[in-house]
Design a protein around this ligand. Structure first.
Ligand code: ISE
Length: 341
């Protein structure tokens, strides 16, 4: 396809708008030509602002000739219906994480995509596009420093509001580690466990914070991930990979070093949207390029499914305070090229 890819965005409340701006103002080869939102009044103002056609009905937009490809950025429970509509229309679709909240819903998407015989779905796991994680991936893939043995990770947010409750540490935050570490190590998980630390004074009654998720992979790599979402001061993502011959660390995004007031250091990010802004840009640009070339290069519907199967096991482990075995089927041939970014 030599002409611009015409993209329709469903759900323009939050990250949907950011993707519209990114596509129209920063990236190459695509234009947002339509958008849809259940909040009609608000959706119309967004359509007017970005000069695209508004649809009150998302399915109608997906089926229309106004667009070639779809971005789904609605609230999570609505992802399945729009991804399914895109598969039915034979259009490429980028769906923000999670593919769907329940593993069964993800499985229905996988089955529908396989039945259609063509990969169309990409899931928005943007960490895979972060330069630092890509550097780690290269070294781990080549076994430059031997086998990876254990990983120590942290996912720290400055603060969350009252709507963020205990299950969300796994399902909304550590789902990123679940995906990116599976991709880094190129293998599925075998068990999950979640333990609690002492609660911070900054939390509220429906949120245990911090929490530690412990995963083992099928080959025996041991992973611990700390989720601490009310640090009060920073957005901080850590990933330390202990290999046989070296310890590897996810690099910090670069920032000027400041020396003042008898202190030397550099600022770190206070929000995920700035920490991973470049990763988002690369992710959406690569999606545009692959879509125009008729391919899915990024995280597939199967990856989305594997993520939710693992998250469900970790949630069960948290609720029962037991180690839970993860039952994950072999990756079907259809999805076998999943790790070839
Ligand atoms: C949020 O929903 C995200 O996706 C961010 O990337 C993550 O860091 C944050 O913890 C989540 O709440």
């Amino acid at each position: 396809m030599n002409t611009e890819l015409r993209v329709g965005v469903i759900g323009v409340g939050a990250i949907g708008r950011t993707h519209i701006e990114r596509i129209n103002e920063k990236l190459q080869g695509a234009k947002v030509t339509a958008c849809a939102d259940v909040n009609v009044e608000f959706g119309k103002t967004v359509a007017e602002k970005y000069n695209c056609k508004f649809y009150a009905n998302g399915e109608e937009m997906i089926a229309s000739d106004d667009i070639d490809a779809v971005i789904v950025t609605t609230i999570d429970p609505f992802h399945e219906q729009y991804v399914m509509a895109a598969i039915k229309a034979g259009k490429y679709v980028f769906c923000e994480k999670p593919l769907a909240p329940e593993p069964d819903a993800c499985r229905r998407i996988v089955d529908a995509e396989m039945a259609g015989g063509k990969k169309l779905v990409q899931v928005g796991f943007m960490r895979r596009y972060d330069l630092g994680y890509r550097q780690l991936k290269e070294v781990i893939k080549n076994r430059t420093y031997g086998e990876p043995l254990m990983l120590h990770c942290a996912h720290r947010n400055p603060a969350v509001d009252e709507s963020y409750t205990t299950p969300m540490a796994v399902e909304n935050s550590m789902i990123h580690e679940i995906d990116v570490l599976r991709w880094l190590l190129d293998e599925d998980y075998a068990t999950a466990e979640v333990v609690f630390a002492k609660n911070t004074r900054r939390t509220h009654k429906d949120l245990m914070d911090p929490q530690i998720m412990i995963l083992t992979t099928k080959s025996g790599v041991r992973i611990d991930v700390e989720a601490f979402v009310n640090t009060g001061h920073c957005y901080d993502i850590k990933c330390e990979v202990c290999c046989e011959d070296a310890i590897l660390n996810l690099p910090e995004p670069s920032n000027i070093e400041v020396c003042a007031n008898a202190f030397r250091g550099h600022a770190i990010h206070s929000d995920w949207s700035t920490r991973f802004v470049e990763a988002y840009n690369v992710e959406v640009q690569e999606w545009i390029n692959a879509t125009k070339a008729g391919r899915v290069d990024g995280p597939t519907a199967w990856d989305g499914y594997a993520g939710q199967v693992t998250a469900a096991a970790a949630s069960k482990a948290r609720d029962t305070q037991k180690v839970v075995k993860i039952e994950m089927e072999e990756t079907p041939e259809f999805y076998k090229i999943r790790f070839c970014l």
